[in-house]
Design a protein around this ligand. Sequence first.
Ligand code: ADP
Ligand code: ASP
Ligand code: MG
Length: 438
Amino acid sequence: MKIMKFGGTSVGNPDRMRSIIPLINGDEKVIVVLSALSGTTNSLVEISDLLYAGNTGEASRKNEALRAKYYKVVEDLYSSAEYKKKGHELINSHFDYINGFINHTFGKQHEKAILAQGELISTALFHNLLSENQIPSVLLPALNFMRIDKEGEPDSFYIEENFKRELALHPDEKIIITQGFICRNAYGEIDNLKRGGSDYTASLLGAAVNASEIEIWTDINGFHNNDPRFVEKTTVIRELSFDEAAELAYFGAKILHPSSVNPAREKNIPVRLKNTMDPADEGTLITSNFILRDYKAVAAKDGISVLRIKSARMLMAYGFLRKVFEIFEAYKTPIDMITTSEVAVSITIDNPAYIEQIAHDLRELGTVEIEQNQTIICIVGDFRTERTGSAPEIFEALNTIPLKMISYGGSPYSISLLIDTKDKIEALNLLNKFLFNL
Ligand code: ADP
Ligand code: ASP
Ligand code: MG
């Protein structure tokens, strides 16, 4: 049994949806995880933002525009009048549901219910498409088995038990369809795995059933050595280790959700990244196999804030860092990068929700400076301690870019640097030229 996850562009229009039928209709049992059609989640976020702002007129207009877009999809997707009618009813039920939130007090729970509509629609449309083509399949509602706990982390035990129970009801079905991204929280409310979360659903379900492979189908031929949105000449990497892929995803490579490698790594299940528009291409294979290369890839993560704490009390003291870390822990704020000197420590975070409270508490220990709009650049390659020469190459490449923090030696296969976000594109291009000769 394998998992096949198709992202937004892979189901972005009727032609694309039809083109994935031959990919899933083979001999092996498949669990097909679908995202919303491309652009839909963004539109649903916009509708929610308008409702938060009380702009009900504009929210309603956007909702109707999206409904109209889906009417066209339905017209083109199905050939028979019967399925077109089914499609229209389906679309109306979802957009009427969203309409129900207009003119009411709006909060987080309503927003999450609205965001879930994209995946609920795409999976139902696809299930009906298979059915119109006489291809048997089952649609399993992700809200019956995908769950996060009070900390917002996936509840793997619950997911495995409930997903297997649902699967066991359909032992002879070869195609199982479900929604990516959406889940319930510890209180049973509709929630999600954060933007890009369908990859995470795929990996969590793969781990739950011990799948033979987790395939992530997207709009590019696998993992590239650099971010193709900002760098012109990038090349595909054919093999990556779990650790390398996890590091790159965590540090901003949009092709994979930041946490999505972890469940696959824990169960040692290969992850394959494939291009729906070029299915013959082998894509990228992510396994526990580690192939050393001086430089493999670069990724960038924006939205970073740095806190610089200076304190004479740190000099020769023990227990100082514990006190610093406890403050971050109290506000449930994970730390990304850290550098220290005798009297100062710099710490980066990607969630600024409690930054003022954290800074306030840190001031008990010393002076605190905050800088926002920072970017972490992560370079993955061979940085084992016995290797020489990599640091000068990287510094030479980034000669013209002010480096705010450098983290070297924390991992044998990556280096992280902190720069100003305004320097990101230049830094990615310089690294591409000097480290990859591209
Ligand atoms: P999907 O909708 O299928 O989940 P995403 O847009 O989330 O697709 O991810 C694919 C996109 O990730 C690519 O189109 C590409 O622009 C971007 N991307 C960023 N970094 C990389 C990288 N290192 N390798 C490949 N793609 C990347
Ligand atoms: N539809 C969701 C998003 O756009 C989840 C995903 O595509 O992975 O973030
Ligand atoms: Mg994605």
